[in-house]
Design a protein around this ligand. Structure first.
Ligand code: OFO
Length: 189
């Protein structure tokens, strides 16, 4: 069905916005979005390091889960990267911290993954507050995708944490869970 737009409206990310709302990013928001790009790249780095840990433990299913997670984080970084460019901003990448290398156990690794996601959720919420303060509607719309995504991110890490707690020291249970996590499929978008 065709949507009739008034002459001063346009569609951005499936949302109708009024022309003039798509102003340049403020310097403060540009800096905050750049920081978020780095955090998303840092997330990819953290999960790749966890992937390497699981590979070394011969837990190939968990390694696969972490590899896909790292790939998703790169897509998250690129979403914001493209958005900053689309808004006439300047992407400026910063340094990425060295990720943790060793973990006490698979449970420890997934607990750290969950804690990491909780930190990222907070940073997305802080970004949204800033966009809201500045009445930057396009940034708010773009961040709504991330707000929903963070609910999924926390949920999936938290599910594995709970399953690993149930498995405990049971080697057979760990193998079954590893197999199950190896079936994770890449997201389509
Ligand atoms: Fe980008 O969602 Fe995880 O960190």
């Amino acid at each position: 069905m065709e949507t009739l737009l008034s002459p001063d409206s346009f569609v951005y990310n499936n949302v109708i916005l009024v022309k003039g709302a798509m102003t340049m990013l403020s310097k403060r928001l540009e800096k905050a979005l750049n920081d978020q790009i780095v955090r998303e790249l840092e997330s990819a780095y953290v999960y790749l390091s966890m992937c390497a840990y699981f590979e070394a433990q011969n837990l190939r299913g968990m390694a696969h889960w972490m590899r896909l997670q790292a790939q998703e984080e790169l897509k998250h970084a690129m979403k914001i990267f493209d958005f900053v460019n689309d808004r006439g901003g300047r992407v400026e990448l910063g340094p990425i911290a060295k990720p943790p290398v060793e973990f006490k156990s698979p449970l420890d690794a997934f607990q750290k993954a969950l804690a990491h996601e909780q930190k990222i959720t907070q940073s997305i919420h802080d970004l949204y507050d800033l966009a809201d303060d500045e009445d930057d509607y396009p940034t708010e719309v773009m961040l709504q995708w991330f707000i929903e995504e963070q609910v999924e991110e926390e949920k999936s890490a938290s599910e594995v944490v709970e399953q690993l707690k149930l498995v405990g020291e049971n080697g057979a249970g760990l193998m079954i869970l590893d197999q199950k996590l190896g079936q994770r499929e890449a997201e389509s978008s």
